[in-house]
Design a protein around this ligand. Structure first.
Ligand code: UD1
Length: 424
């Protein structure tokens, strides 16, 4: 049995919502707890199936976890890690599980992780991760679909990333934390989740400076210790609700949100004539009844550019805006999976190479569509809120990977989403 959403048109959403902890922050931090060999307590952990998968993988390596979903506290003890090999079924399920490699290599001098392979949104290689491990002195063997890294002792090095990859920055930063001497990581990713990971590592006794800039300096330490850490709010969940408010011509207040982290989304919404107020208590997003929503062009870029993880949701908004918008995806090569399904709902979208040309239409219509991946799935949910008639979305396990009960949250604001079981 699988689950699907049945979504009826909602009218303008209104009310207030609290944003949960960030998926892309908690996954690397979970991996990083292995560097401590001790008990770490993480707060503000969102209830996501990706977090289940990551903690499940770590349990297969020997970690013990206690997760109180009500309070969002996940305790993890990594003193008894007995395996350095990740199982293929788990890595195939969750690409971020490749992040166990850096911590395992640093703490045990060895790790074997199957290549995560491609996924719906692109080929997603790991060459930059591996170049970084090699620069730290590890032997890297990449054969039979598996990467094995080993080193007697990692040594700090100067590493320049060809592209500011989020995962490579995190994996190398974790490995370098227990290396001998200093590592300087240049042209690295500057995403808020990198800063959150560095904050966790520093709280655990690491010595990292410059996270959030394009040069990070990591002074290796001998050992790390138990710590507590609260995960930052999820800027992509926040951005998704901001667009839900805009698309339904609603008025929504979002709390536990970092205004700085959603700036690129705020800027685009303002360009499209949505009113976004940054208040002390949070961010209020509302429709400007005096102005129709207009088309805005968009290009995804590494932070602080517009996030690729918000591209599909913004496209759903542009599908009913007035005018033509050009949406260009530069981070992943195949991230327009939502286009075919949005077109089935009446959207007018043409793909030309890395750009999608979206002609806004007055009306979208509900039909049966399938979520192909997490953010494409979210975009379909948003479009369905505004569509005429009922929309049925299958493949919602993709949505549950990264949204903590998206249906229930939207229903609190007045959406009409039912979750039903269906045969596959
Ligand atoms: C992370 C996020 C994901 C987000 C992405 C970009 C997590 C768990 N996931 O993914 O939600 O969409 O950042 O913001 O945090 N690349 C290489 N070689 C490498 C690594 C990456 O060529 O070794 C390329 C990728 O194919 C892609 C680009 O770099 O085209 C960005 O990837 P990266 O920043 O590494 O994304 P992830 O860490 O996988």
């Amino acid at each position: 049995m699988a689950e699907k959403f049945i979504i009826e048109p909602s009218g303008p959403l209104s009310g207030s919502l609290e944003i949960g902890g960030a998926k892309n922050a908690v996954l690397p931090v979970l991996a990083a707890t292995m560097l401590t060999g001790d008990v770490c307590a993480l707060q503000n952990v969102p209830t996501l199936s990706d977090v289940e998968s990551m903690s499940g993988l770590m349990e297969t390596l020997g970690a013990k976890t206690k997760w109180d979903k009500q309070s969002g506290i996940l305790e993890i003890c990594t003193s008894d890690i007995h395996s350095h090999e990740a199982a293929y079924e788990l890595v195939a399920k969750l690409r971020a599980s490749f992040l166990v490699m850096g911590p395992l290599l640093a703490r045990f001098g060895r790790a074997k992780v199957p290549l995560p392979g491609g996924c719906a949104i692109g080929s997603r290689p790991v060459d930059l991760h591996l170049k970084g491990f090699a620069a730290l002195g590890a032997e890297v063997d990449n054969s039979h679909g598996c990467v094995t890294v080993s080193a007697k002792k990692l040594k700090g090095a100067k590493i320049y990333l060809d592209f500011p990859s989020v995962g490579a920055t995190e994996n190398i930063m974790m490995a370098a934390s227990l290396a001998e001497g200093q590592t300087i990581l240049e042209n690295c990713a500057v995403e808020p989740e990198i800063v959150d990971l560095a904050n966790f590592l520093n709280a655990a006794g690491g010595k990292i400076r410059g996270a959030g800039t394009d040069t990070i300096k990591i002074d290796g330490v001998r050992a790390m210790k138990a710590t507590q850490h609260s995960i930052i709010p999820d800027r992509i969940e926040a951005g998704t609700f901001m667009i839900a408010a805009a698309l339904t011509r609603g008025d929504v207040m979002l709390t536990n949100i970092m205004a700085d982290h959603v700036k690129p989304v705020t800027a685009k919404l303002k360009e499209a004539h949505i009113i976004v107020d940054e208040l002390e208590t949070g961010i209020r997003v509302r429709h400007d009844s005096a102005n129709e929503i207009i088309a805005a062009d968009l290009k995804t870029l590494p932070y602080p550019g517009f996030p690729t993880d918000m591209q599909a949701q913004f496209m759903a908004l542009m599908a009913t805006a007035s005018g033509t918008s050009i949406i260009t995806e530069t981070v992943f090569e195949n991230r327009f999976m939502q286009v075919g399904e949005l077109k089935r709902m009446g959207a007018e979208i043409k793909i030309e190479s890395r750009s999608a040309i979206v002609e806004g239409v007055d009306i979208l219509t509900g039909t049966q569509v399938a979520a192909s991946d997490l953010r494409a799935g979210a975009a379909l949910v948003l479009a369905a809120l505004r569509a005429e008639g009922s929309t049925e979305i299958t493949g919602i396990h993709h949505i549950d990977r990264g949204y903590d009960r998206l249906d229930e949250q939207l229903n609190k604001l007045g959406a009409k989403i039912k979750r039903e079981q269906h045969e596959v």
